[in-house]
Design a binder for this molecule. Sequence first.
Ligand SMILES: [Zn+2]
Length: 318
Amino acid sequence: MGSNNNCFFCGSSKCTIRETVSKNYECKYCGTYILPTGPMAISKTPEIENDGNKFKIACVLNERRLKGLGGIALSDMTNKENKVCGYPQISAADILDEFPKKANDFLNRTLLNLSRLVSRPFAEIKLSISSNEKGNLSLFAVDTGEFIAFIKELEAQDLIRNSSFAGIKMCFTLTSKSWEMIDNLKNSAIDSKQAFVAMWFDKSMDSYYEEGIKKAVEEAGYIPRRIDSKDFNGKICDEIIAEIKRSKFLISDFTEQRGGVYFEAGYAMGQGKPVVFAVKSSDIDNLHFDTRQYNHITYDSPEDLRNKLYNRICATIV
Ligand SMILES: [Zn+2]
């Protein structure tokens, strides 16, 4: 690894780099990311210079790309509100922390990665491995040896079929058993700590999210998940559905009557998930007739929303 024209993390040459006030990478595998230069630079820290860590970060970035998430700016600390060149800042430590830790995580997240590589269930998956082809990242495998061992294990467990190595390419298909596991993984939220937040994405709502919803959810011991379409390259609807399935409950703020919020609340209720309804006091008369009977939290300030929401979560979500 390490030539100046290659991806900083995975080392592939299938990467274009533009250097402006920072270094912008567009890697076939790691997707779009920015490394700040100058005083903000993090690329000299031991955390990033370590080859083992580079591999782990490449795996997590590859997974984010497969999920359809947009680019990020790697920094020393996570600070999504202070964007660099339009990208949210995420710390290298947070990215490293996302690397799977248990054998089961490797297996589950690999299956999810593989499912994202095909548009039809039984289409052939082809993964190439070389210094420029980084198919191993989708399996969180550090090298060819680990990659092949994992493929053999998946085949032994009847999760993939017909694996064959042709040159640098490994070809195989996912089995029905595998797809069943993938569907279950997408549906599992029993022990989820995630709360999905559906609301109007507008600057005027930022303080209500940051000071109100986010704090209330975190104080109650959950992790808020909000999907802004601007952070996505595509497949937003698929990802929203998947994230709702993964969440324990939903917070729906109906301020400004966004169609998406009604859709997401209805979907979550259909899935049997608790939905907490909220709306700004000034907007309560505009609620749709069909959902007006639900007990909405009404609020006048972010602080008000934070207190009421915290209480409601503690009272109704077990
Ligand atoms: Zn890369």
